[in-house]
Design a protein around this ligand. Structure first.
Ligand SMILES: [Zn+2]
Length: 93
């Protein structure tokens, strides 16, 4: 992947085993982007870019790879955050 790669995003709908969501796919390479990492809502779904968003680059060749990434990377992070929050709430009791 060249450093100067400029994705041409199009809307791509994931529909696999009951999991349905929209994200962006590059028209040229066919790479599917992680909707969380690139903030798909503003990249290709017509919404305004959020303020202070930490963008990351995460692109995948298959929907399966994307879902693995989301499960491992985002759900794990979410679990850690909720565990921390639960701990904090206990301390405040
Ligand atoms: Zn991601």
């Amino acid at each position: 992947m060249a450093y100067t790669w400029e994705p041409k995003w199009e809307v791509f709908e994931v529909d696999l085993e009951g999991i349905k969501f929209k994200t962006c796919r590059d028209r040229i390479t066919g790479l599917i982007a992680c909707p969380v990492c690139i903030h798909a809502a503003s990249k290709c779904l017509g919404e305004k870019p959020p303020f202070n968003y930490v963008y990351e680059n995460a692109y995948f060749y298959t929907v399966e790879d994307l879902l693995e990434h989301m499960k491992g990377y985002h759900l794990l992070g979410l679990k850690k955050r909720t565990a921390k929050l639960a701990e904090k709430l206990r301390e405040e009791d």
